[in-house]
Design a protein around this ligand. Structure first.
Ligand code: SF4
Length: 251
């Protein structure tokens, strides 16, 4: 067997073992450093910066960006996560996060939940007392996520080209501390989002965020529409892009 095939077989076996152990309620085995199946994650980058989105915008935050994504949004600004990444043990990721001395941690991607080991990471961060944000595309079931973590759940608009991948039952599983985000590429996306917020009464239970696609529409235009229609959502910009520049990674 070639080494890549070999690694894929080992990974599949380890994942199956982890799922079986989790089902049996023996998940603490993964925090045992002598466990044969220590969780490994594929990581694009870990860094310390300012949170640029959600109601937590402006706070110091440690970011763990997992590699890989199951979607291909037309306007994606994180395509560099699609391939590559460094394989790291869970404990090494935790050590790096601890080194920043920062209470707030965001687990993001790519699509972090596309790696089943991400569930162990989220749980371990919560166990250590971090305030944990999970930024997810909304295409993967959130049921197994440790609900001490706060989800920033995307609803993919038609302009993304991935609206059919929305996992709609997720909207019924949100907790009050979770936030729902619409990334809007133009008028059609805006009207679709506005109507969905109204029909699902999303703002009654969660903070709803409207964010313009950085490269596709102006924030003033979106603000004007929201004011005209009295939309019960919160306008956000990507603060980190204002600070560091639109194409800068790892800050
Ligand atoms: S879900 Fe996020 S990382 Fe994945 S393609 Fe869409 S914007 Fe990019």
């Amino acid at each position: 067997m070639r080494s890549a095939e070999c690694e894929a077989v080992i990974r599949a076996f380890a994942t199956r073992e982890r799922l079986a152990i989790r089902k049996a309620g023996l998940n603490s085995a993964f925090r045992n450093p002598h466990s044969a199946f220590r969780a490994m994650l594929r990581i694009t980058e870990i860094f310390h910066s300012i949170q640029g989105e959600s109601t937590h915008s402006g706070r110091r935050c440690a970011f763990v960006r997992l590699a890989g994504c199951n979607l291909r949004c037309s306007w994606c600004d994180s395509a560099y996560t699609f391939t590559g990444g460094e394989r790291m043990e869970l404990e090494a990721v935790l050590a790096k996060v601890r080194s920043y001395g920062c209470d707030l941690v965001e687990v993001t991607g790519g699509e972090p939940l596309a790696q089943v080991e991400c569930l162990d990471l989220i749980r371990a961060l919560c166990d250590e007392g971090f305030e944990v944000l999970v930024e997810t595309s909304g295409s993967i079931d959130i049921e197994p996520v440790d609900r001490r973590a706060k989800l920033i759940l995307d609803v993919k608009c038609p302009g993304s080209g991935e609206a059919e991948r929305n996992h709609w039952p997720n909207l019924d599983k949100l907790l009050p501390h979770d936030e729902v985000k619409f990334v809007i590429a133009g008028r059609a996306d805006y009207e679709w989002s506005r109507d969905l917020v109204a029909t699902r009464a999303l703002a009654e239970s969660n903070t709803v965020l409207f964010s313009p696609v950085w490269s596709a529409m102006g924030i003033k235009e979106l603000a004007t529409w929201m004011i005209e229609d009295r939309v019960p959502a919160r306008l956000q910009t990507q603060l980190h892009k204002h600070i560091w520049g639109a194409d800068v990674h790892g800050v």
